[in-house]
Design a protein around this ligand. Structure first.
Ligand code: URA
Length: 232
């Protein structure tokens, strides 16, 4: 984890968020460079040998390219969205369109940068016309996400929007009901089996662009994440 940055009131007011006053905690010691390099290599192999050539579902016929996700291979915090959109499919990077720009501002407000965290999606290929992912597509693609999480070993997950939250929590509850508190995510896929990762569901930045009045709730969710990670 990098040194903590100063709070930036300009960023926070742009986001329509405010923050409780309080002393910044001491920075955590960095994780080892060797561990990060090993994880980067494992992620590269997963991407090159499995994800890039994936033909598990029909999205392989319409994609320009797969979008594996990017960021710190040893991240303490991983954001999981739904699926690549138009820009992401064109450039091969997750969350780089308008929703991604808002996500970047949210990350900065958390005293982090995009290079500190890992950002990826449930689906690695764009559904035509950005339609919702189908249950079959989620089923075929989720193993890649689970492997990414097993390699990175984050301390906290943030799921952006309903599809990511429902998939990782194996629930049909609405995002409005799920957000606002931590849940246990079991990468094994079976509740109670194996280690769990604390998961905070929140609204998708694309939804926040359409409903800016909800940004405050997402900022509340992210503040809980910051508390958990000792970022404020
Ligand atoms: N929306 C997502 O869920 N993921 C992206 O990468 C871009 C937009």
């Amino acid at each position: 984890m990098p040194p903590l940055r100063q709070r930036d009131p300009a960023v926070q007011s742009k986001l329509g968020i405010s923050e409780r006053p309080g002393a910044l905690p001491a920075p955590r010691p960095a994780r080892s460079k060797e561990a990060a390099a090993a994880k980067a290599e494992q992620l590269r192999v997963l991407d090159e040998t499995r994800v890039k050539g994936c033909v598990q579902c029909s999205l392989c016929k319409t994609r320009t390219q797969t979008v594996f996700g990017q960021g710190n291979p040893d991240a303490r915090l991983v954001f999981v969205g739904e699926a690549p959109g138009f820009e992401e499919d064109k450039q091969g990077l997750a969350f780089i369109g308008p929703a991604g720009q808002l996500l970047s501002r949210m990350i900065v407000a958390m005293h982090l940068t995009r290079d500190d965290v890992f950002i990826c999606n449930i689906l690695k290929c764009r559904p035509p016309n950005n339609r919702d992912p189908s249950a079959d597509e989620i089923l075929s693609c989720s193993p890649y996400l689970m492997e990414q999480l097993a390699i990175i070993g984050p301390e906290v997950l943030v799921t952006l929007g309903a599809p990511a939250s429902k998939t990782l929590l194996n629930t049909t509850a609405s995002i409005g009901k799920l957000r606002g508190r931590f849940h246990d995510c079991y990468p094994s896929g079976i509740a109670g089996q194996g280690p769990s990762i604390p998961l905070m569901p929140t609204y998708h930045p694309a939804y926040l662009l359409r409903s800016p009045g909800e940004k405050r709730k997402t900022w509340e969710d992210l503040q809980l994440v910051m508390d958990r990670l000792g970022l404020r």
